[in-house]
Design a binder for this molecule. Structure first.
Ligand SMILES: Nc1ncnc2c1ncn2[C@@H]1O[C@H](COP(=O)(O)OP(=O)(O)OP(=O)(O)O)[C@@H](O)[C@H]1O
Ligand SMILES: [Mg+2]
Length: 508
């Protein structure tokens, strides 16, 4: 890396001040301010919809600001395109993966800037070798030659990270890079981030997880409602203070868990096997229970859930809901029997991005809202309004397109959509991924309330505090097998982590 001419070590790499951005009537950013310095990892935090990703997209040249100033390496800049910001040395990992599904992993890493040999031929060997080296450093086990279609979100995110690292950037922006990663992968990413910091690069890190912010970052900026609130040294602040600044009030109880009376078995999974993915998975969930499926990313938890719901096939075993065996491979039939699955990849599997909030929330209950063959928008709106209010979905109206909502608000819409089906058994995959601290507590309260009303809930979560805080029982999955079945009392962090990393025989 050559030293930037205008910047001395103490000089900021990037300064945004009073930056504003509107989309028609929607003010996404009122006044965003941020100063990034070389050799620093700077956290940007704020509630869902606070304007963090909008600020990132302005830095990236994806959006152009309406007002405010933007200086990079001491010079005022206006990036008209993402290629310009990239060319200037700014690498961005977006909140949603942006890979091309049909191109190979290697081609995605080098998208738009392939190294060439003489005569303009693309140097495929050099590309592949660099990807292999980056993956080695990141501890990624992905075939560089396969297409990115079908990769788990965690693997897609790791490919995005490799892509950003391969740019040799002066500024690296990471918008919720850890949301889809497990503990081990997060640790690896943090190792890489620290190494980049020590080389004198400036890093921006967006996360809703305070433990990560305090572990990794040295400085933190808080945003609220599109505005800059504060910047502090991590050493001089506390979680409570940051939460107050983000939310404007105290959030006292993140895990409002109540223990409900336990009733009949509502979900029974017996000997479920999908060759090469998961094996002989058996468990029960009773009315009133929240059972967590814990384990590392890639252990097969989402795959088990998807097979049980019927979106993926399985080779052996049975799934029984409220005493009736499901045919398998038929999610519509599973829904009629009272099973709902809130998927982990809510952007691609969950929300219809070019439909409004009301349409999305009522998508699964159209039959019920239809009177004499007519679905009125009044009925749609009434139902959607109730759910949107319950989840504090932040949007100008119920017609707002789901695709324009902030990441967290999209998730709330998807959760509402599935709860509107009034299921008896709810499988929820990473219920609070990407959801801010205030809403997280609301989602937890809602899950607890639903269990209290007699629902059986199977919760997949990679966040250990969430597993320990919310579950009545914890099933741990390791390499496609259940390796522990722990009561709330037995489920210590050590016990869960041990079972998540070892093949232990489990008695049911
Ligand atoms: N392209 C767009 N069109 C219309 N509104 C938008 C667009 N992009 C963002 N917004 C709105 O701007 C606001 C800020 O969104 P942004 O994505 O920046 O939030 P965020 O802080 O990143 O939230 P999260 O933590 O949920 O990711 C939201 O109200 C969002 O709905
Ligand atoms: Mg965002």
């Amino acid at each position: 890396m050559t030293a930037p001419p205008a910047a001395t070590p103490a000089a900021p790499a990037l300064v945004l001040d009073g930056v504003a951005k509107s989309f028609g009537p929607v003010v996404a950013l009122r006044s965003g301010s941020l100063t990034l310095r070389p050799g620093s990892i700077h956290a940007l935090i704020g509630e869902n919809g606070a304007g963090k990703s909008t600020l990132v997209k302005i830095i990236a040249g994806l959006y152009q600001r309406d007002a405010g100033t933007f200086e990079y390496l001491g010079e005022p800049v206006d990036f008209g395109t993402t290629a310009e910001s990239k060319g200037a040395g700014i690498a961005v990992i977006y909140q949603e993966p942006t890979l091309f599904p049909d191109l190979s992993v290697t081609e995605n890493v080098f998208m738009g800037r392939q190294p060439t040999l003489s005569l303009g031929r693309i140097d495929k060997r050099a590309m592949r070798a660099e990807v292999v080296a980056l993956f080695e450093q990141l501890g990624v086990h992905v075939d560089p030659d396969r297409p990115t279609r079908g990769l788990s979100i965690a693997d897609q995110q790791l490919v995005e990270i490799a892509k950003a690292m391969s740019l040799d950037a002066k500024v690296l922006v990471m918008d919720e890079p850890t949301a889809a990663l497990s503990g081990v992968e997060v640790e690896r990413l943090f190792g890489v981030a620290r190494a980049l910091r020590d080389e004198g690069r400036a890093l921006l890190f967006i996360s809703h997880r305070f433990d990560e912010v305090f572990d990794l970052c040295d400085t933190v900026t808080v945003m609220r409602d599109g505005e800059y609130i504060s910047t502090s040294a991590i050493a001089d602040t506390t979680v409570d203070r940051l939460v107050r600044e983000m939310v404007g009030r105290d959030v006292t109880d993140l895990f409002p868990k109540t223990v409900a009376p336990v009733g009949d078995v509502l979900l029974e999974v017996e000997g479920l096997t999908r060759t090469g993915v998961f094996h002989d998975v058996s468990f029960e969930v009773r009315a009133g229970e929240i059972v967590a499926l814990a384990g590392l990313v890639g252990a097969g938890r989402s795959e088990i859930a998807r097979a049980a719901f019927g979106v993926d096939p399985y080779d052996a075993g049975t799934v029984t809901v409220a005493g009736r065996r499901l045919a398998g491979g038929d999610p519509a039939a599973a829904m009629r029997q009272g099973l709902a699955l809130i998927p982990e990849d809510r952007r691609r599997q969950g929300a219809v991005l070019d439909s409004g909030i009301a349409r999305n929330v009522t998508l699964t209950i159209r039959d019920r809202l239809t009177r004499a063959g007519v679905l009125t928008s009044a009925a749609e709106n009434a139902s959607a309004r109730e759910w949107a209010a319950r989840f504090e979905v932040r949007a100008p109206s119920l017609d707002t397109l789901a695709g324009t909502l902030s990441g967290g608000n999209q998730q709330k819409v998807v959760i509402a959509k599935w709860l509107a089906t009034e299921p008896r058994v709810l499988i929820v995959d990473e219920p609070t991924r990407g959801i801010d601290v205030g809403t997280k507590s609301e989602v937890h309260r809602l899950l607890s309330d639903l269990a209290g009303q007699g629902l059986a809930i199977l919760m997949i979560s990679s966040e250990l505090p969430e597993v320990l805080g919310m579950a009545d029982r914890v099933l741990v999955v390791h390499e496609g097998r259940i390796t522990a079945n722990l009561t709330r009392e037995e489920a210590t962090p050590e016990a869960v982590m041990y079972a998540a990393t070892h093949d232990v025989e489990v008695a049911r």
